[in-house]
Design a binder for this molecule. Structure first.
Ligand SMILES: [Zn+2]
Length: 285
């Protein structure tokens, strides 16, 4: 893989001279993931509902918050979730948001052969078309990483950008051959880091507590403040099943209100950011 190194002193330019960019993103994982891949989730109905709560209940709450504030976002959706909650997922598109690839059942792409990765992309493409009538152009790798072949496979399916890596706080050309633009996310902006807690399976193992909500919101606001000060691009790794709950939704509201109060922010979907990065000539910076 060949990565093009952006110049360290390159301050991004955003549409209409906005100071910084925010590409809010939610991973609508539902009950997909390792327990579904190894089949154990079918012997753990309570654990299934923990994930199902995301598309079934929490998603609507998040969509309401975004609509009230006139802010659009990107939802990375495993195709299995769309297959099982199609009407909820259609609300994402109806709200003007972007949907993008996130595996079929949240597979760890770095463990898969190129053939299997292609099959997952093929199934996902068909399901997005059948249920939502869209052809996604974005991808966030489930479970952290991918293999050397993945960027080329994504390009075969018309993917133009990824939000999977950690190499910058601006968009960058991830892979010169496939032309993929990367919109990097960071663990500091993953709600799991502060708010995930569950039993059987225990998570986090050996640390049965969560951060205070006040501290969590303060952390997120500070991440935005830093990004905004430097004129960067910030995206999020929020999960409806984790932060789209009655008490926690106030954190999402508080963060977006803080951004809106700062002003001069370009709120965009992932594809809009990728297209801007290419068309404004910054992809070769
Ligand atoms: Zn995920």
């Amino acid at each position: 893989m060949q990565a093009t190194e952006p110049r360290i002193d390159a301050t991004p330019r955003w549409p209409d001279g906005k100071r910084s960019c925010v590409a809010l993103a939610f991973d609508l994982d539902g009950p997909t993931g390792s327990a579904m891949l190894d089949g154990s989730i079918w012997r753990n109905p309570a654990y299934f509902t923990l994930g199902a709560y995301g598309p079934w209940r929490a998603l609507g709450r998040i969509l309401d918050v975004l609509a009230e504030r006139g802010v659009r976002a990107t939802f990375f959706v495993p195709a299995w979730v769309m297959e099982n909650w199609p009407s909820q997922c259609r609300e994402i598109v109806r709200g003007g948001h972007e949907v993008a690839y996130h595996g079929y059942r949240h597979e760890a792409f770095w463990t898969l052969t190129p053939e299997r990765q292609r099959e997952i992309m093929e199934i996902s493409t068909q399901l997005f078309e059948r249920h939502l009538g869209v052809r996604p152009v974005g991808f966030r790798t489930p479970s952290g990483d991918w293999s050397a072949e993945t960027p080329g496979i994504l390009a075969e399916f018309g993917v133009r950008y990824s939000s999977s890596m950690r190499g910058d706080d601006r968009p960058y050309v991830l892979d010169a051959k496939s032309g993929l633009i990367e919109i990097p996310a960071r663990w500091e902006l993953d709600d799991y880091a502060s708010l995930a807690y569950q039993r059987r399976p225990d998570f986090p193992a050996g640390l049965d507590r969560i951060a205070s909500y006040e501290t969590t919101l303060d952390n997120w606001r500070r991440e935005f403040d830093g990004s905004h000060d430097e004129g960067l691009c910030m995206t999020t790794l929020f999960h409806p099943k984790v932060s789209g709950k009655p008490g926690r939704i106030a954190l999402i509201e508080g963060l977006i209100d803080h951004m809106l109060a700062a002003g001069d922010v370009w709120f965009a979907t992932g594809s809009e950011v990728a297209d801007w990065w290419m068309s404004s000539g910054q992809a070769s910076a």
